[in-house]
Design a protein around this ligand. Sequence first.
Ligand code: BGC
Length: 348
Amino acid sequence: MSVTSEPFGSTAAGHPVERYTLRAGSVEARVITYGATLVALRAPDRSGTMADVVLGFDSLAPYLRHHPYLGSLVGRFANRIAGGRFSLDGASYQLPVNNGPNHLHGGPGGFHAVLWQAEAGDDAVRLRYHSPDGEQGYPGALDVSVTYTLGADGALRLDYEARCDRATILNLTNHAYFNLAGSGNILGHKLQISADHFLPVDATLIPTGELRPVEGTPLDFRAPTPIGARINADEEQLRQAGGYDHCYVLNHGGDLGVIVARAVDPLSGRVLEVRTTQPGVQFYSGNFLDGSLRGRGGQPYARHCAFCLETQHFPDSPNQPAFPSTVLRPGEIYRHSTIYRLTAESPS
Ligand code: BGC
Protein backbone atom coordinates (compact mmCIF):
# COMPACT_ATOMS: atom_id res chain seq x y z
CA MET A 1 0.00 0.00 0.00
CA SER A 2 1.40 3.43 -0.82
CA VAL A 3 0.38 7.06 -1.32
CA THR A 4 2.54 9.45 -3.33
CA SER A 5 1.95 12.94 -4.67
CA GLU A 6 3.25 15.20 -7.39
CA PRO A 7 2.43 18.61 -8.86
CA PHE A 8 -0.37 18.64 -11.46
CA GLY A 9 -0.21 22.21 -12.78
CA SER A 10 -1.87 25.28 -11.32
CA THR A 11 -5.22 27.04 -11.48
CA ALA A 12 -5.84 30.26 -13.44
CA ALA A 13 -5.25 32.15 -10.17
CA GLY A 14 -1.83 30.47 -9.88
CA HIS A 15 -2.66 28.03 -7.06
CA PRO A 16 -0.77 24.75 -7.34
CA VAL A 17 -2.76 21.54 -7.84
CA GLU A 18 -1.46 18.20 -6.55
CA ARG A 19 -2.12 14.70 -7.84
CA TYR A 20 -2.19 11.87 -5.28
CA THR A 21 -1.62 8.27 -6.36
CA LEU A 22 -2.91 5.47 -4.15
CA ARG A 23 -1.64 1.95 -4.85
CA ALA A 24 -2.87 -1.24 -3.22
CA GLY A 25 -2.42 -4.73 -4.63
CA SER A 26 -2.81 -4.36 -8.37
CA VAL A 27 -5.22 -1.40 -8.27
CA GLU A 28 -4.18 2.25 -8.57
CA ALA A 29 -6.32 5.34 -7.98
CA ARG A 30 -5.40 8.95 -8.72
CA VAL A 31 -7.09 11.98 -7.20
CA ILE A 32 -6.35 15.66 -7.78
CA THR A 33 -6.94 18.50 -5.35
CA TYR A 34 -8.89 20.47 -7.97
CA GLY A 35 -12.50 19.35 -7.56
CA ALA A 36 -11.34 16.41 -5.34
CA THR A 37 -11.51 14.65 -8.70
CA LEU A 38 -10.86 10.95 -9.29
CA VAL A 39 -8.74 11.23 -12.45
CA ALA A 40 -7.68 7.60 -12.87
CA LEU A 41 -8.54 4.13 -11.60
CA ARG A 42 -6.41 1.36 -13.04
CA ALA A 43 -7.27 -2.29 -12.55
CA PRO A 44 -6.28 -5.64 -14.09
CA ASP A 45 -8.53 -7.72 -16.32
CA ARG A 46 -8.84 -11.50 -15.90
CA SER A 47 -5.43 -12.05 -17.47
CA GLY A 48 -3.71 -9.28 -15.52
CA THR A 49 -3.73 -6.60 -18.25
CA MET A 50 -4.18 -3.16 -16.73
CA ALA A 51 -6.59 -0.50 -18.01
CA ASP A 52 -7.97 2.75 -16.75
CA VAL A 53 -11.62 2.13 -16.01
CA VAL A 54 -12.72 5.75 -15.51
CA LEU A 55 -12.87 8.62 -18.00
CA GLY A 56 -10.37 11.40 -17.40
CA PHE A 57 -7.92 13.89 -18.89
CA ASP A 58 -4.12 13.73 -19.03
CA SER A 59 -3.55 17.30 -17.84
CA LEU A 60 -5.18 19.90 -15.61
CA ALA A 61 -6.33 22.36 -18.32
CA PRO A 62 -9.46 20.42 -19.43
CA TYR A 63 -10.51 19.96 -15.80
CA LEU A 64 -10.41 23.74 -15.35
CA ARG A 65 -12.81 24.24 -18.27
CA HIS A 66 -16.45 23.22 -18.09
CA HIS A 67 -16.68 19.45 -18.56
CA PRO A 68 -19.37 16.86 -17.75
CA TYR A 69 -18.04 16.23 -14.22
CA LEU A 70 -15.53 13.49 -15.13
CA GLY A 71 -14.64 11.95 -11.75
CA SER A 72 -15.70 15.14 -9.96
CA LEU A 73 -16.73 15.45 -6.35
CA VAL A 74 -20.18 16.97 -6.79
CA GLY A 75 -21.82 19.31 -4.28
CA ARG A 76 -23.33 21.02 -2.52
CA PHE A 77 -26.30 19.33 -4.14
CA ALA A 78 -25.69 16.57 -6.66
CA ASN A 79 -28.31 16.17 -9.41
CA ARG A 80 -31.15 18.59 -10.14
CA ILE A 81 -33.18 21.06 -8.10
CA ALA A 82 -36.30 22.25 -9.96
CA GLY A 83 -35.98 25.87 -11.05
CA GLY A 84 -32.98 26.14 -8.70
CA ARG A 85 -35.47 27.11 -5.98
CA PHE A 86 -36.16 25.71 -2.55
CA SER A 87 -37.32 26.92 0.86
CA LEU A 88 -35.89 26.05 4.22
CA ASP A 89 -37.20 27.15 7.62
CA GLY A 90 -39.47 29.70 5.93
CA ALA A 91 -36.78 31.39 3.80
CA SER A 92 -36.63 30.97 -0.01
CA TYR A 93 -33.40 30.46 -1.90
CA GLN A 94 -32.56 30.81 -5.58
CA LEU A 95 -29.58 28.83 -6.83
CA PRO A 96 -27.93 29.33 -10.23
CA VAL A 97 -29.86 27.72 -13.08
CA ASN A 98 -27.28 25.89 -15.20
CA ASN A 99 -29.17 22.99 -16.83
CA GLY A 100 -32.22 24.03 -18.86
CA PRO A 101 -34.59 25.51 -16.27
CA ASN A 102 -32.90 23.70 -13.34
CA HIS A 103 -29.93 23.79 -10.99
CA LEU A 104 -27.49 20.91 -11.57
CA HIS A 105 -24.58 19.51 -9.55
CA GLY A 106 -24.07 22.45 -7.17
CA GLY A 107 -23.91 25.14 -9.84
CA PRO A 108 -21.07 26.30 -12.11
CA GLY A 109 -18.79 27.05 -9.14
CA GLY A 110 -19.68 23.86 -7.25
CA PHE A 111 -17.30 21.56 -5.38
CA HIS A 112 -16.01 20.12 -8.69
CA ALA A 113 -14.50 23.51 -9.49
CA VAL A 114 -12.79 24.49 -6.22
CA LEU A 115 -9.42 23.68 -4.75
CA TRP A 116 -9.39 21.24 -1.83
CA GLN A 117 -6.67 20.89 0.85
CA ALA A 118 -5.16 17.41 0.93
CA GLU A 119 -3.64 15.38 3.70
CA ALA A 120 -2.16 11.96 2.89
CA GLY A 121 -2.39 8.88 5.11
CA ASP A 122 -0.86 5.39 4.67
CA ASP A 123 -3.55 4.15 2.31
CA ALA A 124 -5.75 7.23 1.94
CA VAL A 125 -5.95 10.88 1.00
CA ARG A 126 -8.32 13.21 2.81
CA LEU A 127 -9.48 16.37 1.03
CA ARG A 128 -11.12 19.24 2.86
CA TYR A 129 -12.94 22.34 1.72
CA HIS A 130 -14.51 25.28 3.54
CA SER A 131 -17.54 26.54 1.64
CA PRO A 132 -18.52 30.02 2.80
CA ASP A 133 -22.09 31.06 3.67
CA GLY A 134 -23.99 31.87 0.47
CA GLU A 135 -21.58 30.12 -1.88
CA GLN A 136 -23.45 29.26 -5.12
CA GLY A 137 -26.58 30.52 -3.35
CA TYR A 138 -26.62 27.91 -0.57
CA PRO A 139 -27.28 28.98 3.03
CA GLY A 140 -24.73 28.50 5.82
CA ALA A 141 -21.00 27.92 5.86
CA LEU A 142 -20.02 24.29 5.38
CA ASP A 143 -16.87 22.38 6.28
CA VAL A 144 -16.69 19.31 4.11
CA SER A 145 -14.23 16.49 3.64
CA VAL A 146 -13.95 13.42 1.46
CA THR A 147 -11.46 10.64 2.14
CA TYR A 148 -10.46 8.28 -0.64
CA THR A 149 -9.07 5.00 0.76
CA LEU A 150 -7.77 2.17 -1.41
CA GLY A 151 -7.89 -1.35 0.04
CA ALA A 152 -5.79 -4.37 -0.96
CA ASP A 153 -9.04 -6.06 -2.03
CA GLY A 154 -9.48 -3.55 -4.91
CA ALA A 155 -12.00 -1.43 -2.99
CA LEU A 156 -11.89 2.33 -3.38
CA ARG A 157 -13.82 3.76 -0.44
CA LEU A 158 -15.13 7.33 -0.28
CA ASP A 159 -16.05 8.68 3.15
CA TYR A 160 -17.84 12.01 3.19
CA GLU A 161 -18.22 14.23 6.23
CA ALA A 162 -19.65 17.73 6.66
CA ARG A 163 -20.77 20.21 9.29
CA CYS A 164 -22.60 23.49 8.86
CA ASP A 165 -23.09 26.63 10.97
CA ARG A 166 -26.67 27.23 9.74
CA ALA A 167 -29.35 24.92 8.37
CA THR A 168 -28.59 23.99 4.78
CA ILE A 169 -29.15 21.25 2.22
CA LEU A 170 -26.51 18.78 1.13
CA ASN A 171 -26.21 15.86 -1.31
CA LEU A 172 -22.67 14.81 -2.15
CA THR A 173 -21.56 12.27 -4.73
CA ASN A 174 -18.68 11.32 -6.95
CA HIS A 175 -19.32 11.52 -10.68
CA ALA A 176 -16.88 8.87 -12.01
CA TYR A 177 -17.69 7.59 -15.50
CA PHE A 178 -16.80 3.90 -15.73
CA ASN A 179 -15.85 1.82 -18.72
CA LEU A 180 -14.60 -1.54 -17.47
CA ALA A 181 -13.06 -2.36 -20.87
CA GLY A 182 -11.01 0.86 -20.81
CA SER A 183 -12.29 1.89 -24.29
CA GLY A 184 -15.18 1.40 -26.71
CA ASN A 185 -18.76 1.62 -25.44
CA ILE A 186 -20.45 0.14 -22.40
CA LEU A 187 -23.54 -1.28 -24.14
CA GLY A 188 -22.27 -4.85 -23.67
CA HIS A 189 -21.52 -4.40 -19.96
CA LYS A 190 -23.98 -6.36 -17.82
CA LEU A 191 -25.47 -4.32 -15.04
CA GLN A 192 -27.44 -5.32 -11.97
CA ILE A 193 -29.09 -2.81 -9.60
CA SER A 194 -30.93 -4.01 -6.48
CA ALA A 195 -33.86 -1.68 -6.82
CA ASP A 196 -37.54 -2.53 -7.20
CA HIS A 197 -38.37 1.13 -7.89
CA PHE A 198 -36.98 4.08 -9.79
CA LEU A 199 -37.93 7.75 -9.85
CA PRO A 200 -39.63 8.68 -13.14
CA VAL A 201 -38.74 12.17 -14.38
CA ASP A 202 -40.39 14.93 -16.39
CA ALA A 203 -39.02 16.32 -19.66
CA THR A 204 -36.45 18.42 -17.74
CA LEU A 205 -35.33 15.33 -15.74
CA ILE A 206 -36.94 16.41 -12.44
CA PRO A 207 -38.58 13.51 -10.54
CA THR A 208 -42.35 13.53 -10.70
CA GLY A 209 -42.47 12.36 -7.08
CA GLU A 210 -43.71 8.90 -7.95
CA LEU A 211 -41.77 5.75 -6.96
CA ARG A 212 -42.44 3.56 -9.99
CA PRO A 213 -41.89 -0.23 -9.99
CA VAL A 214 -39.17 -1.29 -12.45
CA GLU A 215 -41.13 -4.51 -13.08
CA GLY A 216 -42.12 -4.85 -16.72
CA THR A 217 -40.09 -1.80 -17.82
CA PRO A 218 -36.74 -1.52 -19.66
CA LEU A 219 -35.44 0.08 -16.45
CA ASP A 220 -35.51 -3.26 -14.63
CA PHE A 221 -31.92 -4.24 -13.75
CA ARG A 222 -32.75 -6.61 -10.90
CA ALA A 223 -31.16 -9.41 -12.95
CA PRO A 224 -27.84 -8.79 -14.74
CA THR A 225 -28.70 -7.31 -18.15
CA PRO A 226 -26.54 -5.72 -20.87
CA ILE A 227 -26.90 -1.94 -20.67
CA GLY A 228 -27.54 -1.83 -24.43
CA ALA A 229 -30.22 -4.55 -24.49
CA ARG A 230 -33.18 -2.20 -24.04
CA ILE A 231 -31.60 1.28 -24.12
CA ASN A 232 -33.40 2.18 -27.38
CA ALA A 233 -36.77 0.75 -26.30
CA ASP A 234 -39.74 2.89 -27.22
CA GLU A 235 -40.44 4.00 -23.67
CA GLU A 236 -41.16 7.55 -22.58
CA GLN A 237 -38.63 7.60 -19.71
CA LEU A 238 -35.77 6.41 -21.93
CA ARG A 239 -36.80 8.66 -24.84
CA GLN A 240 -36.80 11.86 -22.83
CA ALA A 241 -33.44 11.13 -21.17
CA GLY A 242 -31.81 9.76 -24.36
CA GLY A 243 -31.10 6.52 -22.46
CA TYR A 244 -30.75 5.83 -18.75
CA ASP A 245 -30.51 8.90 -16.52
CA HIS A 246 -32.59 7.86 -13.52
CA CYS A 247 -32.34 7.59 -9.79
CA TYR A 248 -32.96 4.07 -8.48
CA VAL A 249 -34.46 3.61 -5.02
CA LEU A 250 -32.13 1.04 -3.48
CA ASN A 251 -33.83 -1.92 -1.79
CA HIS A 252 -31.08 -1.93 0.84
CA GLY A 253 -30.49 1.80 0.96
CA GLY A 254 -28.28 2.81 3.86
CA ASP A 255 -26.54 -0.54 4.35
CA LEU A 256 -22.84 -0.41 3.45
CA GLY A 257 -22.62 -4.19 3.79
CA VAL A 258 -24.81 -4.90 0.76
CA ILE A 259 -23.76 -4.80 -2.90
CA VAL A 260 -26.40 -2.53 -4.43
CA ALA A 261 -25.05 -2.48 -7.99
CA ARG A 262 -22.71 -4.71 -9.95
CA ALA A 263 -21.38 -4.22 -13.48
CA VAL A 264 -19.40 -6.76 -15.49
CA ASP A 265 -17.58 -6.36 -18.78
CA PRO A 266 -17.85 -9.91 -20.18
CA LEU A 267 -14.86 -9.44 -22.51
CA SER A 268 -12.23 -8.27 -20.01
CA GLY A 269 -13.87 -9.94 -17.01
CA ARG A 270 -13.56 -6.74 -14.95
CA VAL A 271 -16.26 -6.36 -12.33
CA LEU A 272 -17.36 -3.27 -10.43
CA GLU A 273 -19.31 -3.70 -7.18
CA VAL A 274 -20.97 -0.73 -5.51
CA ARG A 275 -21.94 -0.42 -1.85
CA THR A 276 -23.24 2.72 -0.15
CA THR A 277 -24.95 4.27 2.84
CA GLN A 278 -27.02 6.40 0.45
CA PRO A 279 -30.69 5.68 -0.36
CA GLY A 280 -30.34 6.03 -4.14
CA VAL A 281 -28.09 5.65 -7.14
CA GLN A 282 -28.32 7.70 -10.33
CA PHE A 283 -27.63 5.39 -13.26
CA TYR A 284 -26.52 7.58 -16.16
CA SER A 285 -25.53 5.90 -19.45
CA GLY A 286 -23.44 8.77 -20.84
CA ASN A 287 -26.28 9.92 -23.09
CA PHE A 288 -25.05 13.50 -23.52
CA LEU A 289 -21.47 12.60 -24.44
CA ASP A 290 -21.25 13.20 -28.19
CA GLY A 291 -17.62 12.65 -29.16
CA SER A 292 -16.74 16.34 -29.07
CA LEU A 293 -14.94 15.96 -25.75
CA ARG A 294 -11.47 14.44 -26.05
CA GLY A 295 -10.14 12.65 -23.02
CA ARG A 296 -7.14 10.57 -22.04
CA GLY A 297 -4.77 9.97 -24.94
CA GLY A 298 -6.95 12.15 -27.20
CA GLN A 299 -9.81 9.59 -27.22
CA PRO A 300 -13.15 11.12 -28.27
CA TYR A 301 -15.70 10.46 -25.56
CA ALA A 302 -18.70 9.29 -27.56
CA ARG A 303 -22.29 8.62 -26.50
CA HIS A 304 -22.55 5.62 -24.16
CA CYS A 305 -18.75 5.25 -23.90
CA ALA A 306 -19.12 5.13 -20.10
CA PHE A 307 -21.71 4.91 -17.35
CA CYS A 308 -22.07 6.53 -13.93
CA LEU A 309 -23.45 5.00 -10.75
CA GLU A 310 -23.75 8.13 -8.62
CA THR A 311 -24.71 7.17 -5.08
CA GLN A 312 -26.84 9.93 -3.60
CA HIS A 313 -30.06 11.17 -2.04
CA PHE A 314 -32.94 11.62 -4.43
CA PRO A 315 -32.87 14.50 -6.95
CA ASP A 316 -34.91 17.60 -6.07
CA SER A 317 -35.38 16.33 -2.49
CA PRO A 318 -35.65 19.89 -1.06
CA ASN A 319 -38.90 20.29 -3.06
CA GLN A 320 -40.24 16.77 -2.51
CA PRO A 321 -41.44 16.35 1.08
CA ALA A 322 -42.04 12.60 0.59
CA PHE A 323 -38.34 11.98 -0.21
CA PRO A 324 -35.79 11.39 2.59
CA SER A 325 -34.57 14.73 3.93
CA THR A 326 -31.36 16.34 2.68
CA VAL A 327 -31.37 19.06 5.35
CA LEU A 328 -28.26 19.40 7.52
CA ARG A 329 -28.46 21.43 10.74
CA PRO A 330 -25.79 22.89 13.00
CA GLY A 331 -24.59 20.28 15.52
CA GLU A 332 -25.32 17.40 13.13
CA ILE A 333 -22.58 15.58 11.24
CA TYR A 334 -23.28 14.58 7.64
CA ARG A 335 -21.68 11.19 7.04
CA HIS A 336 -21.92 8.98 3.99
CA SER A 337 -19.72 6.28 2.49
CA THR A 338 -19.54 4.56 -0.88
CA ILE A 339 -17.32 1.68 -1.93
CA TYR A 340 -16.42 0.95 -5.54
CA ARG A 341 -14.66 -2.42 -5.67
CA LEU A 342 -12.88 -3.73 -8.75
CA THR A 343 -12.20 -7.40 -9.33
CA ALA A 344 -11.97 -9.70 -12.35
CA GLU A 345 -13.85 -12.89 -13.05
CA SER A 346 -13.22 -15.86 -15.30
CA PRO A 347 -15.53 -16.59 -18.24
CA SER A 348 -18.66 -18.46 -17.09
C1 BGC B 1 -26.96 13.74 -14.89
C2 BGC B 1 -27.01 13.90 -16.38
C3 BGC B 1 -25.97 14.91 -16.78
C4 BGC B 1 -24.62 14.41 -16.32
C5 BGC B 1 -23.49 15.36 -16.63
C6 BGC B 1 -25.60 13.25 -14.53
O1 BGC B 1 -25.51 13.12 -13.14
O2 BGC B 1 -27.93 12.85 -14.41
O3 BGC B 1 -28.29 14.33 -16.80
O4 BGC B 1 -25.95 15.11 -18.16
O5 BGC B 1 -24.65 14.22 -14.93
O6 BGC B 1 -23.75 16.62 -16.17
